[in-house]
Design a protein around this ligand. Structure first.
Ligand SMILES: C[S@@+](CC[C@H](N)C(=O)[O-])C[C@H]1O[C@@H](n2cnc3c(N)ncnc32)[C@H](O)[C@@H]1O
Length: 465
């Protein structure tokens, strides 16, 4: 039910899902910025907590953010909070009655939910907690099935499952406003997707990437390592027109060996277009092409609103680029002893990222975002390894751990200026922008860690010491 009277200084409580912790703040910040709103955390803001108080928002902002967020579970208009039941009561008593009464009318129906984080309560204990709210001037009747208003008491028992306190650390009470889009993770699961491959990106992370990229309706989004198009699926869900390229002919044409168990060959309509059709966004499919990311096929005038991609790391897919005889320092001998023209050559990770940043600088609109994954060998990682460009501002850098020694980092960059000759030269020659060559050994480090018994040094590194 929409409300149209103005109420000042409202605070909203966001209840965040307790996974992908690193990705939540950049997601919420990106969604706020899509509405032109800064991020104003309320008191006691802790990034790792599942409960965030946010200031300076309207109910419309909250609806909008919840209409996109896959990191947030729900949002509430905060009526009161405190460390104890009595602090909560005091806080609720201070909330202006005129701000409460429109939602507590005799003619309306309501229900109160109790949500506890890091603790399970017995049914009777939940009822007791609801009864303790009798000081609130509820006038309407309770409807558990179809209430007009939903209220929620949320209790925070901390984040340590091995040390759950008797009493909560903090209690909140508020009016439910909206749920986030966690359902998209289930509805778009790759398990039930028409066309998948060995490296299809998980649905939740694809939506997070689209949010970090600030993808919006009518945008044009491009994925230069498109694979089976999981990132295009997510971006089209948010109303963007999508296109991509991949070096692999079979993937682009949806032919060849299937990735599913019990299926030898891909079926007649297993392709990216069919994936978009499956989710009702085929009208936003522009096209996909066979093309090598190392050799851009696009005219400089073509601009994308976002570039969002998962480049190959060489673990489950090869990192190859097209080459010619002149690229090869040592021409190989063919069967007849004559020099052979190699059709493909190694595409080093450091070159992949240099090319990707260069491409983004020339093909993003000003303010457009590049979002991509950077594989990392954790014992060696430091921030200097993240590739930079004078025309791109690093917006966020979030880690997803893959194993004790490897992870991938979701890098988000925003184009802040059009490239001039000096920027192109700086990117090539200024040591601040010179690519970190250690990325190139990622494959070896990945497999050495998988097969090798962990050494004392690795253990020390894994413990972050
Ligand atoms: C990690 S996969 C991308 C998976 C994709 N996000 C999906 O959901 O299916 C990387 C892709 O890059 C492609 N690739 C490898 N080298 C390439 C190159 N030089 N140019 C373009 N694509 C390349 C591979 O064929 C592979 O499909």
């Amino acid at each position: 039910m929409a409300t149209h009277y103005s109420r000042s200084c409202l605070q909203y409580l966001f209840h965040l899902a307790h996974d992908h912790l690193d990705f939540r703040l950049p997601e919420i910040k990106a969604l706020l910025s899509l509405r032109g709103k800064p991020f104003h955390p309320g008191e006691h803001f802790k990034e790792k907590s599942p409960f965030w108080l946010l200031d300076g928002l309207s109910e419309e902002d909250v609806h909008n953010i919840m209409g996109r967020s896959v990191c947030a579970k729900s949002a509430f208009e905060l009526w009161g909070h405190g460390k104890t039941q009595s602090e909560l009561k005091m806080s609720l008593l201070q909330y202006p009655t005129e701000d409460m009464t429109p939602f507590l009318q005799k003619s309306s129906t309501y229900k109160i939910n109790v949500y506890t984080f890091n603790k399970t309560l017995e049914f009777q204990d939940r009822i007791k907690k609801i009864d303790a709210l009798e000081h609130l001037p509820f006038q309407g009747s309770v409807s558990l099935k179809n209430p007009q208003q939903i209220f929620c008491l949320l209790e925070d028992y901390g984040t340590d499952p091995n040390n759950i306190p008797e009493e909560p650390f903090h209690i909140y009470f508020g009016r439910w406003i909206a749920d986030g889009q966690r359902e998209l993770i289930r509805s778009h699961s790759v398990k039930n997707r028409h066309f998948i491959g060995n490296t299809s990106m998980d649905a939740g992370l694809s939506f997070i990437m689209a949010n970090h990229a600030k993808v919006k309706e009518h945008d044009l989004v491009y994925d230069p390592f498109v694979g089976t198009g999981s990132l295009l699926v997510a971006c089209s869900q948010f109303g963007a027109y999508v296109c991509g390229t991949d070096i692999d002919y079979n993937t682009i044409h949806g032919i060849g060996k299937a990735s599913r168990k019990n299926q030898k060959w891909r079926g007649p309509d297993e392709n990216i277009r069919a994936n978009l059709r499956q989710y009702g966004t085929e009208r936003l499919y522009v096209d996909v092409l066979v093309s090598d990311a190392a050799k851009s096929v696009w005219r400089h005038a073509l601009l994308f609103d976002a570039i969002i991609t998962d480049p190959p790391y060489g673990i489950r897919e090869s990192t190859r680029r097209t080459g010619s005889q002149k690229d090869s320092s040592k021409p190989s001998e063919d069967f007849f002893g004559e020099s052979h023209v190699p059709v493909s050559m190694a595409y080093h990770l450091s070159d992949i990222f240099t090319d990707l940043l260069n491409f983004a600088v020339h093909h993003l609109v000003l303010g457009g975002r590049l979002v991509y994954w950077l594989p990392i060998y954790r014992p060696e990682y430091c921030e200097e390894m993240v590739p930079l460009h004078p025309c791109l501002q690093l917006t966020s850098n979030c880690e997803q751990t893959l194993s004790s020694h490897t992870s991938r980092r979701l890098i988000t960059m925003e184009k802040i200026k059009e490239p001039e000759e000096a920027d192109v030269l700086a990117h090539l020659f200024d040591p601040r922008y010179s690519p970190y060559q250690g990325h190139n050994a990622f494959r070896d480090k990945y497999f050495s860690g998988v097969t090798k018994k962990t050494t004392k040094d690795d253990k020390r590194a894994d413990n972050g010491k």
